[in-house]
Design a protein around this ligand. Structure first.
Ligand SMILES: Cc1cc2nc3c(=O)[nH]c(=O)nc-3n(C[C@H](O)[C@H](O)[C@H](O)COP(=O)(O)O)c2cc1C
Length: 217
């Protein structure tokens, strides 16, 4: 059994990467972590080139991920909230799952899914969107976990005065930026523990579902 964790944050080593990693820590089965940061993954072009063989014909870094997705029994997908929805890189990646949906293409059907959401203020928006992709692709949802991550406004140098930035939006005008205020994952032990417990739950589901009906490829 294999669990594939995919972080769709373009910021390497930050909150989404960390929380996806925490879920994987709760899993005893073989795991692999992939960051989409730096990868070139464009949107689905709706060309229908994948209809005959469930194989996307767009040539970019999604090709290298296809085999990993097919081989996985479970997917742990993490994305940050950008503008109250999942970020563009996550959307492009998830759109490209369209290649698995044609004719007898039940490649994703029966795989297990965990949604990981991160946001400066509303991490649950990313979870909501990831879960929609799970539903469309008949991926069985095991659960979700969220954490807050630092908006760039904490470090841009103008956060306290900027009237359109996250500091004013989430904390109100006049807020002073202190180290305590920055929502780092290390300050959210409950979220990290919830992620590890979710990984354990995923493991239990994998063991429970690993009868003949469970897909292995
Ligand atoms: C372009 C952009 C838009 C964002 N919009 C939102 C938003 O609407 N709501 C929110 O809660 N956080 C928003 N954020 C904050 C991110 O969700 C936050 O920085 C998160 O920690 C990013 O994940 P990462 O740390 O894994 O990179 C936005 C960040 C960026 C860069």
């Amino acid at each position: 059994m294999k669990v594939l964790g995919i972080s769709c944050s373009p910021r390497r080593g930050r909150t989404t990467d960390g929380l996806v990693g925490d879920v994987l820590k709760g899993v005893r089965a073989e795991t692999e972590f992939v960051s989409l940061s730096g990868l070139r993954i464009g949107p689905c072009l709706g060309c229908l080139g994948c209809v005959p063989d469930n194989l996307c014909k767009v040539r970019d870094d999604m090709s290298g991920l296809r085999d990993k997705i097919v081989a996985a029994d479970a997917l742990v997908i993490g994305a940050p909230n950008y503008f109250d929805m999942l970020n563009g890189l996550a959307h492009c990646f998830l759109e490209r799952l369209y290649q698995f949906r044609h004719r007898e293409g039940d490649i994703l059907h029966g795989k297990l899914g965990v949604a990981v959401g991160v946001g400066g203020g509303k991490p649950e928006s990313a979870v909501r969107d990831i879960e929609k992709f799970f539903t469309y692709n008949q991926i069985e949802q095991v659960g979700s976990v969220t954490a807050r991550g630092p908006a760039s406004c904490f470090h841009c140098g103008h956060g306290e005065d900027c009237t359109v930035g996250a500091i004013h939006m989430f904390f109100g005008p006049g807020t002073k930026i202190t180290e305590e205020l920055v929502p780092d994952l290390s300050k959210q032990p409950d979220a990290r523990e919830a992620a590890r417990l979710l990984g354990q739950k995923l493991q239990q589901h994998l063991e429970h579902d690993s009868g003949p009906a469970m897909r292995t490829s």
